[in-house]
Design a protein around this ligand. Structure first.
Ligand code: ADP
Length: 592
């Protein structure tokens, strides 16, 4: 899913959600309306059955009472107080038993002769109810039924009236003697309905509400009454002469729910039982559904959004991974090219170095050849003396041999041997000087070289009563020929020993340390130091201040050439505290 325009999608999602929520609301409202209507119908049916059964229950009571023996007697002899009194008591007894409001008997003119409430302040006895419709109907021989507010008691009730005849036979053709009336209380129903949230009304055929769980609606009409009805109501005092105004004229909060309704006709007077389903309930149910829909949509929306974000992150990660791969590939390519270039340069460098080295070697060799010229004189001088001595000793040996003096002969031969040994030594030194510099190249641990040189020199130092002080401050490794390095150190130590030989203090100090990428060996002595004119020729071959036979003047020259071959330096100077100091610097091994 590639979202081009998230804002447009959001707007679409919002519009869609609003549409869905609105549709849900409308649909739920319709469904709730029909559901609630159906439930209301059922509720109304139950109420109607309940109400109908109560009305029917007492329907026959006045009729049956008409057969009481005292009834007819009382009607025929209304002045007989004993009969009236007896009837009063009978009616009262039955009234209490049957739990009706009142039972009373009217004569043919509508005057009450006997009543169950004869002993109360609101007694009906003597009262005229001739104006009541139930009486006029009953006196005609029909059953009379009526609902109204009691004229004497002000208590509303349902009146059922039956004509009373002198005998069963008179019932068919004679006029009634009087009328028996039963008054029933229906207000109990109001209490039952009060638990209902919806307004419930029972109204008469004129549309006047006389029972309701909405007290404000009572004795008000569901629609405006015309003059004729109003006149009729006034005539019958049905609702105690109070003016009947429509429910619609009530303040708004008192007629809440007045509108759509379900209705049912009940009883024999064409009463209308009505239930007004609460619009607020419908709205509530619809709102609940709409809310549920909104919630679902919100969850779906959030889930989709989370999914989208996750996808986007994955894509981003993928893109960045691709980018990384590409960059790495590119860098690798660049590195490979650089590596090739480097390799080519390195090869070239190697070639140049090789050229340089061979040139250097050639130069060194050439230098040596030059020196050879100088050497020839020295060598001739050095060798001539022992050679002349050998000849003289040989001549002597021949002479002593002729005289058969074996001991003298042997003495001269020993001199010859010594002289030739000395010659051999000179030649040996020359040999080592002419040898090529690159014999064995290895990593040299300078500490070990120093220790080896010191070991070899130990005897000589002891013989001369001199002390050698070695101070290895730092270990150091260099590249070169180990044997030759030792040779250099031995040369320098021997020179130092020679220098201190005539001194009072015979000390030689050797230190090793690292300085600026170099291994530095300092050999200092407590000798007389190097005179200025000597310093100028110090490293020249065959330059020596030592007596003939003691020094050849090759030590420093050879040492210097060895050190140079290792790319190092050999320097000499006089130390501030007296004595000479030779400083040997060699480049350190890369990782040492
Ligand atoms: P040789 O030792 O055979 O003379 P070298 O080349 O080793 O040859 O030394 C050359 C000269 O340098 C020595 O004759 C000496 O005069 C001088 N020299 C060398 N070492 C010292 C030293 N430690 N003190 C004073 N002079 C020195």
């Amino acid at each position: 899913m590639k979202v081009r325009n998230p804002l447009a999608l959001l707007a679409f999602g919002l519009a869609f959600s609003v549409a869905v929520v609105a549709a849900t609301y409308i649909f739920a409202a319709q469904k709730a309306t029909s559901d609630i209507r159906e439930a209301s119908e059922r509720q109304l049916q139950i109420i109607a059955l309940d109400l109908g059964s109560v009305l029917d229950k007492f329907e026959t009571l006045p009729y049956a009472l008409g057969f009481q023996s005292d009834v007819v007697q009382a009607l025929t002899r209304p002045d007989d107080q004993a009969i009236i009194q007896r009837l009063n008591q009978t009616l009262q007894l039955i009234q209490r038993q049957s739990k009706v409001v009142a039972i009373y008997m009217l004569d043919r003119k509508g005057t009450t002769l006997a009543s169950s409430n004869w002993d109360t302040p609101t007694s009906f006895v003597g009262r005229d109810f001739g104006f009541r419709p139930y009486f006029s109907e009953a006196v005609k021989g029909n059953a009379g039924r009526f609902y109204g507010i009691g004229n004497a008691t002000n208590i509303p009730g349902y009146f059922i009236a039956q004509p009373i005849y002198a005998s069963a036979s008179a019932r068919d053709n004679g006029a009634p003697l009087g009328v028996m009336v039963v008054k029933i209380d229906l207000t109990e129903f109001e209490h039952t309905w009060s638990s209902s949230e919806d307004p419930i009304t029972l109204s008469d055929h004129s549309g006047v509400v006389f029972l309701s769980n909405r007290p404000a609606w009572k004795y008000r009409s569901l629609y405006p009454l015309n003059g004729e009805i109003q006149l009729d109501l006034a005539g019958t005092h049905q609702y105690a002469d109070q003016p009947i105004t429509p429910v619609a004229s009530l303040p708004k909060h008192l007629r809440v729910g007045f509108g759509d309704h379900v209705t049912r006709t009940i009883g024999r007077l064409g009463w209308q039982l009505m239930l007004f389903p609460s619009q607020a309930r419908i709205a509530r149910v619809a709102m609940l559904w709409a809310l549920a829909a909104a919630l679902l949509l919100a969850i779906a929306g959030i889930s989709l959004w989370a999914l989208y974000q996750r996808r986007r992150r994955l894509e981003e990660r993928l893109t960045s991974a691709e980018y990384l791969d590409r960059t790495i590939a590119q860098r690798t390519q660049e590195l490979m090219v650089a590596n090739h270039t480097l390799e080519a340069k390195y090869a070239k460098l190697k070639e140049t170095e090789h050229l340089l080295r061979s040139t250097q070697n050639e130069l060194i060799q050439a230098g040596k050849l030059t020196m050879l010229g100088q050497m020839a004189a020295g060598v001739a001088h050095e060798l001539a003396q022992p050679l002349a001595a050998i000849r003289a000793f040989a001549d002597n040996a021949i002479t002593f041999l002729g005289r058969q003096q074996a001991d003298k002969t042997a003495e001269n031969l020993t001199h010859i041997s010594n002289a030739s040994a000395r010659m051999g030594k000179i030649i040996g030194q020359l040999n080592s000087f002419s040898r090529n510099s690159y014999d064995t190249v290895a990593v040299i641990d300078l500490q070990k070289s120093i220790e080896a040189a010191a070991l070899l020199m130990r005897n000589e130092f002891q013989t001369h009563g001199a002390s050698l002080h070695i101070d290895i401050r730092q270990a150091a490794h260099v590249v070169g020929d180990a044997v030759r390095t030792e040779q250099v150190l031995i040369n320098l130590l021997r020179n130092a020993l020679d220098a201190v030989d005539n001194a009072q203090q015979k000390n030689v100090w050797l230190t090793l340390e690292k300085e600026a990428g170099e291994a530095v060996i300092r050999i200092r002595d407590s000798g007389a130091g190097i005179p200025a004119q000597v310093a100028l020729h110090l490293f020249e071959p065959f330059f020596t201040t030592k007596p003939s036979g003691k020094g050849l003047g090759l030590g420093l020259a050879i040492s210097s050439s060895i050190v140079q071959a290792m790319n190092g330096r050999l320097q000499a100077n006089n130390h501030g505290d007296g004595g000479a100091e030779f400083v040997l610097c060699l480049p350190l091994l890369a990782q040492s």
